[in-house]
Write a protein that binds this ligand. Structure first.
Ligand SMILES: Nc1ncnc2c1ncn2[C@@H]1O[C@H](COP(=O)(O)OP(=O)(O)O)[C@@H](O)[C@H]1O
Ligand SMILES: N[C@@H](CCC(=O)OP(=O)(O)O)C(=O)O
Length: 264
């Protein structure tokens, strides 16, 4: 074993949602996945990494339209089942050009209530890291519909962070972090750089529209609650910024940090 292999790495969970993956269009952006891969090549030197990725439904909709997509959850589930393999193929094609190996893990909330399932998931992830594969997690939308009905993968990524005892969860969003008001509604809203008391920021959440189909900022604060209870640091960073994780780590871009500082 060389020194690199002997080094104990920190654990990093990266959650990337549909809005970032599609860069606001109706197609998955190769450039977004490439930018993630490029950063992971660097980050892998110090971190064992899990990606929590949505985007299965959006991927399927590039190939097929199923009637009732907006009204019926079974149509969304069918799209998720169709899109998941194609999404993984996209990740595999792009990541492999960067020398990165990927593996797929599908989970539901209920899995986290079962200690045996937690242990099995933890062991699988640990073994994948040992053999240099990056696990890519999504919700198993066939058996569970919480995330496609109500939220996004924010809570799922917090639960993955807890069972892997991660050092840091990065939620990649379309916004720099949490502001004292919704910046899409108020031009003078100010970014909160550090949050240690969640009660103090709950009143800042101001969702634009109905929460159906998107978790909005509320689900990120819920994820932060889970992380803070388990001593996992969580960041919200803006996926529209260049090298958003590496630049956040170097304090070169604005972002919001929840909880203790990594490695401190
Ligand atoms: N106080 C706030 N600060 C920042 N964003 C807020 C706030 N209140 C509501 N929001 C909304 O939350 C959105 C981010 O959540 P969401 O759209 O679910 O992101 P993602 O798709 O990246 O998971 C912002 O674009 C904004 O419209
Ligand atoms: N699991 C599904 C949807 C999950 C979801 O809505 O998440 P997000 O794209 O983060 O709002 C998918 O991969 O399309």
């Amino acid at each position: 074993m060389n020194n690199e292999e002997l080094k104990v790495k920190k654990k990093l969970i990266i959650k990337i949602g549909t809005s970032t993956l599609t860069a606001g269009t109706n197609r998955i952006s190769f450039a977004v996945i490439e930018s993630l891969a490029r950063q992971i090549v660097e980050l892998k030197k110090e971190y064992d990494i899990v990606i929590v990725s949505s985007g299965a439904i959006a991927t399927a909709r590039q190939f097929v339209e199923i009637n009732g997509f907006n009204k019926h959850v079974d149509s969304k589930q069918a799209l998720a089942a169709i899109g998941q393999t194609k999404l993984m193929e996209l990740y595999d094609n792009i990541f492999s050009t960067f020398g990165l190996n990927i593996a797929q893990i599908l989970l539901t909330y209920r899995d986290f209530e079962n200690p045996v399932a937690n242990e099995n998931t933890r062991n699988t992830i640990r073994r994948l890291w040992q053999v240099d594969y990056i696990p890519i997690v999504n919700e198993n939308d066939t058996v569970s519909i919480e995330e496609i009905v109500l939220g996004d993968n924010d809570k799922l990524s917090a639960l993955v962070s807890v069972i892997t005892e991660a050092d840091l969860l990065v939620l990649v969003s379309d916004i720099d972090g949490i502001f004292d008001r919704n910046p899409h509604l108020h031009a003078d809203a100010q970014l909160i750089a550090e949050v240690t008391d969640l009660d103090s920021i709950k009143e800042f959440i101001e969702e634009k529209e109905s929460l159906l189909g998107t978790g909005g900022m509320s689900s990120k604060v819920h994820a932060a609650e889970i992380c803070m209870q388990h001593n996992v640091e969580m960041w919200i960073v803006n996926g529209q910024r260049a090298n958003y994780i590496i630049n956040a780590m170097g304090d070169r871009i604005p972002f919001t940090r929840f909880g203790k500082k990594v490695g401190k």
